[in-house]
Structures are given as C-alpha cells and as structure tokens.
Design a protein around this ligand. Sequence first.
Ligand code: GAP
Length: 513
Amino acid sequence: MANTQDKFKQVISHAKEYGYIFSSSEIYDGLSAVYDYGQNGVELKNNIKDYWWKSMTQLHQNIVGLDAAILMHPKTWKASGHVDAFNDPLIDNKDSKKRYRADVLVEDYVEKKLEQKAQKEIAKAKKRFGEKFDEAQFVATHPRVVKYRSQSKEILERLAKSLTNEDLADVKALIEELEIACPASGSRNWTDVKQFNLMFGTKLGASAESATDLYLRPETAQGIFVNFANVQKTGRLKIPFGIAQIGKAFRNEIVARQFIFRQREFEQMEMQYFVKPGEELKWFEYWKKQRQAWHDSLGLGKDNYRFHDHEKMAHYANAATDIEFDFPFGFKELEGIHSRTDFDLKAHEELSGKKLQFYDHEEGESYTPYVIETSIGLDRMFLAVFSSALQEETLKDGSSRTVLKLPSILAPVKAAVFPLLKKDGLPEIAEKIVEDLKWDFNIAYDEKDAVGRRYRRQDAAGTPFCITVDHDTKEDNSVTIRNRDSMEQKRVKITDLKQILSAELSYKKWFNN
Ligand code: GAP
C-alpha cells in the first residue's frame, strides 16, 4: 500500500468486495454519505456493539441500558439547544451555485496551501539527511516551515474566534483575504456566510394542516436525559449511575466525505454517567481511562490513538476531550468524552415542568446531577477496526497475501470448516463439525477450490481460524486448525474444537488484554 490515499481506496474497495459495506441504493447510483452494511459488515457491526454494550452494562453494576425512540417530542430539541445552535456556517458561490462549509474551505486552504508545503520541505530534508535527520529541530528552525506553520496557526485561531463570536462577516472576510476560490468553478464570487441547521425535519400526522414538525434525532443522548427519572426511579439507582444506549442518529452534513467517517445516517454508542455536582472532573478522568482501556483491549495499536483536549468548549461543557484515531486519512475524532454539567437535565426540567433531580438519602437533599458523557460513533469504530486490520503481507516464499487481521472477538465468522476434497466422506464430517459448533459460534462451510485458495479467501474476509478435514480425520478424529495471523497449523481432536474456540473468544480474556 504505497500511500495513504491508495490505502484508503483499498479499504473502500475491500469493504465492498468482501460484503462489508455497499453504497446505499447503489443500483440508483447511491445516495451521498449513506451506506449499507453487507453480510459481513452487519456481523462486524453487531460484534462491536456487543463488545461495547457488555463492557458498559454487564461489567458495571451501576450502568443500565435504554432503547429510546428516534422520534422525540419537538420540545426536546429546543431544550437541548439543537434548534438554536446545532448549525454549520455555509457559503454559496454565486457563479457555480455550489454550497460549502465556510470553515472547511478555510481548513482545506490551510491543509493544501500551507501544511502540505511544510510536509514537502520535511520530506525533502528527510531524504537529504537520512538517518541523521532530527525532525523536531528542523520543524522548529527551518524558516519556510516555521512561516507556513505560524500562518496556519494564525488563520485557524482567527477562524475559531470568529465562529465562537458568531462573527460570520469575519469568516467571509477571511475567505476573501486568503483568495479562496470555489473548487468547482475557480470563481471568488461568494455570498455572505449563513448558519444552517443540521437537523433533518419530518412530519407526524396524515394531513398537511394538522401535521406536527418533528426532527430525526441528531444524537442519542437526549433520549437518555428525558428518561432520567423513569430509569432512576424504576431501577432504584443511586448516584453515581449510568444509562447506556446504542442507536441511529441523523445529521444533514454538508461536507459528507471520507466514506463512513462522516455520514448523514449513522449510529452512536453513548453513555451518560450521572454524578454528584463537584465530583464531575474526578469521573471525567475515570472515564477517560476506562475508555482508553476498552480501546487498548482490542489491540489496534496504542500508537494509533491520541487524546485531543478541547480548548473551545460547547456551551454546556466544563471539560471535553476527543479520542482520535489514525485513520487512513490521518488522526481524526473517534470518540468524545464530555463533562456536560447539569445543562441538559436543568433545561429539560425548565421546559417540561417535570422535576429531574435525585434525592440523596445520605445528604438529605435533592440536587440535579452532573453528567459525564462517553460518545463513540459505531461507524467510525468500524472504520478504525477495519482499516487498521487490512494488511498486505509478503510471505517467506516471496508471495504476498491480503489479510484482514480483525480482532477475533469482533470477526464476523469465527471459523471456516473445509473438507480437503469433495469426496470420500470428508464433506459429511466437515458438515457435522459445522452442525456441532454453530450453536456457539458463527461458522462457515467452504468446499470450493484448492485449500490454499480457500485459506486466502478466508484471510481476506477476516476469519481467524480455518479447520480442515482430511483423510487422517477418518482414522483419528483429528483435524488441522490454522491461525489466520501466524498461519501456524496444528493437529487437534474434533472434540477439543469447541474448547479451543471458546478460550480464544472469551470476553474475559479480551477485556483483560
Ligand atoms: N452526544 C454527543 C455527541 O453527539 P458528537 O461529537 O457530535 O457528540 C459523537 O458525536 C460521536 O459521534 C463522534 O465522536 C463520532 O464518532 C460520531 N459522529 C458524529 N457525527 C458523525 C457523522 N456525521 N457520521 C459518523 N459518525 C459521526
């Protein structure tokens, strides 16, 4: 995989070729930024959900689940601030009639006109100085790199300030000063910058006159907040406690690109942890550690992760950090951890007139709990797992193989069973093994082509084990089990297969990795 762009293209085409991800309604040329998960994709997605759900609910006595509806009372979004503040700044080009996110135009300028030039200088110097090259020193002292980087910083700081202050005239002025042209037409004939709400609207009711305007939820979190009292009372839960939810969310993203990274319909796995006011920063640190440990347990590589603390906080937060992952297009947000204060519960209490507080028997008082939120995009986690697993390997004999080294606990199919030949009673034994194992694991049967080709097919599909039935099986009831990653083959008894797979696929083993 020569460069990052090639790698990303390979991820997308491999995901399609092996039944993981298709464009939505592809026979009609697809729908932009909407995707369907195929036969393997849905299994991988379900396994990621399961791994998250178990770690949240089963492993924490004080965290329970919820499945709230996608459609909610419209007042929900007024209270949460989404009606007034869930916006992107947009600008239209008067000649091409194309619409862009104004902040993305500026960020792209910084990336293409300044950062890429800095990267070119670094790459040139690296080539020139070889092993002796000290990148940190070069970046800090080389005049052109210093100039590009300080210009980038200045531009991004001005953009952040203008957006925070809602100074959209200055965002337009910045675009004009930088002489940013429309990528489609090259024209610099821009409209003013306007805010555009990202929520998808829909209607409830049959007739146009009586229909109520609703929104498709842009985050699952609000379903948790409006059910706070229901769950707390019926579950007799004491602070601190959490409510976890997995579900669809919808955002009318203007710049929808990078495959499943930024979609218009996606899934979130969110957990709101309700704590005593004043203790929120302690729990914020706790959840940062917990979530990092969850990611580490999957073995995608510690170097692929980094935390990025927010300098500019959302209006309701008093601490926030992103867990970023090194996707094929660079480090980007995978998960957010936010200390959301009591903003949401208080806002819903005010608008609904219903008390959303906790009575603390030990303290003898009621209070509105503070909230720590962990919010991870399921589709982004899918992309992180899938893209880091896809590898090209050169083998000892000089040949190469494409292998999808998915963590076995997440792999769609856990083992494929092959009869060496389609005769001599071998298929019947293989089918019996499938019949026996299928109650506990997702197992595939494959009898087509030579065994070597079947191995390659399963490697590329991400199946961690292949089990081959041969003529010796008839004599000694043993089979060959091959490990996808090491390609090591072992002879084992058929009666031991279940225990071997169970040991490898134990949640306890994976969570404690
Ligand atoms: N409840 C908090 C919340 O929604 P967010 O940072 O807007 O916060 C949380 O979203 C996570 O949802 C992100 O870290 C990301 O993984 C995922 N996400 C957000 N927008 C997305 C999109 N358009 N497509 C795919 N995933 C998205």
